[in-house]
Design a binder for this molecule. Structure first.
Ligand SMILES: [Zn+2]
Length: 594
């Protein structure tokens, strides 16, 4: 009650400001155009490469992706313009309309020099989980375990469309971000959404947002909807279909085994390389919930949760527009384990199509056709498994990052000393030296962070040491190039498209001293590793779908080159609010005319 009273007062004060805005040119709330919709829905598939929709188009049903692609504007030429194509940056970019060099989310994690610790893009220890983490969803905490970062948007430096909507309409516009992953719910919805919820055995938030979950979230969790797959298996969605014809063999080279549950060293169960994949055998513990997330059931669960949100919050009911961001994470977890050419990724994409049909049908019914805009994109693409690429004759391999790091340390020691110290070597676990007693104080790939004390003691300039390290790294097997921070801060020729992309992921306060770029189709990791990754400036990681379905948008494919960040301007236009301050990509010219 007291909070409501304060808010009413604030609204009254803001109203007063607007009333006198004509005589006061300074900071009034920005003007609102007439909104074109009652609800804007952003659907972000975590890891959906731009070619997937084309590749599997003949297999889609009528009401899902096919409806979006036919009746919405389908931008086939949509590429992220920056280098570090991971989940945090993707989700931070779409509704801010800019890149990591401005919004500051340069990667999922980076090294915080001041704290001498890893920083997480959407979390810190400043806040607590709400409700406190359910016992069933976590292993017994180790006595010496460091406190885990808890979700919040403090590190996001740019406003999102959600912030603008809230500034214009205050409490009357509702904003929700929902995902299995915290960063995907948090980063698109900015500093003051009505709710950001993510999954940890059940859906929760953090004390940044509220001291307790919304009533409908509590009710949703009380039904234990995530527990119903215990003992079940993930089987093929379309048993009638020849999956091998449309993807690859079920036990392709380099594929992973998904989630494994262990008791000490004893393997209890695992999802395995091939169908059917078990989703936990007999215990509601962390591996079970991880397996739910690493299967299409995670997406099913999130869709149910999103529907509960729209219904309970009455999104899209009144004339003040609302914003809902839903990010489906299971595609990413599955893609990492089995790779983009696997039957598992084909299967989750077919199921995503069915899920989209269900979502569109639900919105038609609840909000009404013509009353909502739906934007669909992805936070990044994906690199094929190196083993799959190699089998096709493409130069591809896994590059041992520990060896690379150790080699870098040895090289700097040999070049600059200190001469009275023995040459660096790996510890018993094969880890290179790091921290305050090493040249390379930390790595948070693709960045290496130099130890400033060592640089100073060597009597060399920072630029010289960084250049020496970059030149050494660039010569290593599997490495394409290495950039120094000085290089990225200076001029890069127009022709250096890769360098310019890398620079758009460079924020001087958060990035390291040398950025190491592997050759295309190469991955960091041990040669014995399985699965794949993303995060490079190469097209397979940058290319994502962008589809805008809404009133006044003629359907069909578009050839116009765009970025996913154009969604910020598009959503602002539909919501009738100004684009976010740092948004730099305009509404595509072909949005409203083919
Ligand atoms: Zn990923």
């Amino acid at each position: 009650m007291r909070r409501a009273a304060v808010l009413v007062l604030l609204v009254a004060v803001a109203g007063g400001l607007i009333a006198t805005a004509a005589t006061r040119p300074a900071k009034a709330a920005p003007p609102a155009d007439k909104p074109r919709v009652k609800l804007a829905v952003l659907v972000v598939f975590d890891q959906m490469r731009g070619d997937f929709l084309e590749r599997w188009k003949p297999l889609f049903g009528p009401g899902g992706f096919a409806r979006l692609l036919a009746d919405g504007a389908w931008f086939k030429n949509c590429y992220y313009p920056y280098g570090t194509t991971t989940t945090g940056p993707g989700h931070a970019s779409v509704l801010t309309g800019t890149c990591g060099d401005r919004h500051g989310i340069v990667n999922n994690n980076w090294y915080d020099r001041a704290a001498a610790a890893e920083a997480y893009c959407a979390g810190s220890t400043r806040y607590k989980p709400v409700p406190d983490v359910p016992k069933a969803a976590q292993e017994e905490p180790k006595p010496d375990a460091k406190p885990k970062p808890v979700g919040n948007p403090d590190r996001l430096l740019s406003e999102t469309v959600a912030d603008v909507l809230k500034r214009v309409h205050g409490e009357r516009a509702k904003v929700f971000g929902l995902s299995l992953k915290d960063r995907s719910a948090i980063l698109p919805t900015g500093k003051r959404p009505d709710g950001a919820y993510w999954f940890d055995g059940r859906f929760g938030t953090s004390t940044y947002y509220a001291d307790r979950v919304h009533e409908w979230v509590g009710a949703f969790n009380a039904g234990r909807p995530a527990d119903r797959w215990l003992g079940k298996e993930w089987t093929r969605f379309r048993p009638d279909l020849d999956y091998a014809k449309y993807s690859g063999p079920d036990d392709g080279p380099g594929e992973g085994k998904g989630i494994q549950a262990k008791d000490g060293t004893k393997l209890l169960w695992q999802q395995g390389k091939t169908f059917p994949h078990p989703v936990g055998k007999d215990r509601l513990a962390k591996p079970y919930y991880d397996a739910v997330a690493t299967s299409p059931f995670g997406n099913d669960l999130l869709l149910e949760f999103a529907k509960a949100c729209v219904t309970a919050e009455e999104l899209g009911k009144d004339d003040v527009p609302d914003l809902l961001v839903v990010s489906f994470s299971s595609n990413d977890l599955i893609g990492h384990a089995w790779g983009p050419d696997s039957q598992e990724v084909l299967d989750v994409t077919l199921r995503s199509d069915a899920l989209m049909a269900e979502l569109l049908g639900f919105l038609d019914e609840k909000v009404g056709k013509g009353n909502y805009v739906l934007g669909m994109t992805a936070d990044h693409g994906i690199c094929p498994l190196p083993e799959v690429s190699a089998a096709k004759g493409i130069e591809a391999k896994r590059v041992d990052s520990k060896l690379l790091h150790l080699g870098a340390e040895k090289h700097l020691h040999a070049a600059f000393g200190p001469a009275d110290q023995p040459a660096p070597k790996a510890d018993a676990k094969g880890d290179p030296p790091k921290g305050k007693t090493a040249w390379v104080e930390a790595t948070s790939l693709p960045w290496l962070y130099l130890n400033p004390r060592f640089v100073k003691a060597s009597g060399r300039s920072h630029a010289e040491v960084a250049r020496t390290l970059a030149d050494h790294l660039a010569k290593q097997d599997g490495v394409a190039r290495a950039f120094t921070r000085e290089e990225l801060a200076g001029e890069l020729p127009e022709s250096d498209v890769i360098g310019r992309r890398v620079r758009r992921s460079f924020h001087p306060d958060r990035c390291g001293d040398v950025y190491v770029l592997l050759k295309p189709y190469h991955l960091f990791g041990k040669v014995t590793d399985t699965g794949t990754a993303h995060g490079t400036p190469y097209d397979y990681d940058r290319h994502v779908p962008l589809v805008v379905y809404g009133p006044g948008v003629p359907g069909g494919p578009r050839a116009e080159p765009v970025t996913p960040q154009a969604a910020a301007a598009v959503f602002a236009r539909f919501l009738g609010v100004p684009a976010p301050k740092d948004a730099e990509f305009p509404v595509p010219a072909t949005l409203e005319k083919e």
